[in-house]
Ligand binder design. Sequence first.
Ligand SMILES: NC(=O)c1ccc[n+]([C@@H]2O[C@H](COP(=O)([O-])OP(=O)(O)OC[C@H]3O[C@@H](n4cnc5c(N)ncnc54)[C@H](OP(=O)(O)O)[C@@H]3O)[C@@H](O)[C@H]2O)c1
Length: 265
Amino acid sequence: MRPADRRTVLGLHRSRHRRDLLTGALDLGVTALDTASNYLGHHSHRTLAAVAGDLLPKFSISTKVGYVEDGHSLDPARLRSAVERAAKNLGREPDTVLLHNPEQSTPDAETLRKACAVLADAAAGGLCGAWGVSTWDPRPLVGLDLPRPDVLMVRCGLLVSSSVLDAGEALVTGWRPAAVWGMSPFGGSPIAPVWEKVDARVFLRAADATPVQAALRVAFALPKVAAVAVGTDDTGHLRELVGATAYEINADVVREYRHLLRQAA
Ligand SMILES: NC(=O)c1ccc[n+]([C@@H]2O[C@H](COP(=O)([O-])OP(=O)(O)OC[C@H]3O[C@@H](n4cnc5c(N)ncnc54)[C@H](OP(=O)(O)O)[C@@H]3O)[C@@H](O)[C@H]2O)c1
C-alpha cells in the first residue's frame, strides 16, 4: 500500500466540533470525518451543520446509527429513521452509514441481518453513499452471516488484544467488506501511562518519527486497514498525525509482535 492510500480520518467522538478544527483539517488535506448520531450528546450532526454547513460538502462523512437516547437498538424502524434523521440534520446525505457496535444488543444472525438490510436499502435508495458495520468488540459477531458490507470498521493499534484482532480478521474473511477501516489507534489517549512503557518506533524502518506518529502508523497494520479514524481537537496534533502515513513499517517486527501477542493470550 502506498502512503497516499492510507487515509487519516478525523474522528469526532471526543471533539468539541469547532469550526477552526475543520478548516485546519481541510488545510492539512484531511478530508474525511467520522462521527455518530450519539456523539456530542446526540447533537453531532446538527452541530456540524450549524458551525460548518458550508464546509461539509468538502468532506467525506461517515456516521453511525444504533445508539438511541434510551440505549442501543437494532430495531429496523428506529434504524431507518436514524439514517433519515442523519441526512436531515447534517443537511446532506452521509457518504457512509455504519451500524454502531451491534454487539451491544447481542443480536442473533437474523436480527443482525435485518439491521444491516436497513442500511443496505438506505444506500441503495440514495440516503447514504455506502453502508457498513463499526464494532468495538467483534468477538460476539464472528460466525454471523451478513450481506457484503462496503465497510467494516474495527479497533486498531498496539492496545488491541490478540482475541479482538483475530475476531476482526475473522469478520473480514467472513463478510468480505470492500474496505476495512480502523479506529481509536491510541485507545483514547496517547498520554495514558501505558504509552510511557511502549515506544512504537521499534515497528518503523526509519527512526525520525515521533512516538505518536509511530503509534498511528503501526495502527494501519494492526490489523491491516486502509483508513484510521483518530481523534484530536488540536490542529497542531492533527498536523503531527498526518505526517505518520509516510513512514514504512517493518513487517517482520509486526509479525513477531502478533506471534508474541497470541502466545501471551
Ligand atoms: N465503536 C466505534 O464505532 C468507535 C469507538 C471509538 C472510536 N471510534 C472512532 O475513532 C475515533 C478516534 O477514537 P478516540 O478518540 O476514542 O481515540 P484515539 O484516536 O485513540 O485518541 C484520541 C486522543 O488522542 C489525542 N491525540 C491525538 N493526536 C495527538 C497528538 N499528536 N499528540 C497528543 N495527543 C494526541 C487527542 O487529544 P487532543 O485533542 O489533545 O489532540 C485525543 O484525546 C473516534 O473519534 C471515532 O470516530 C469509533
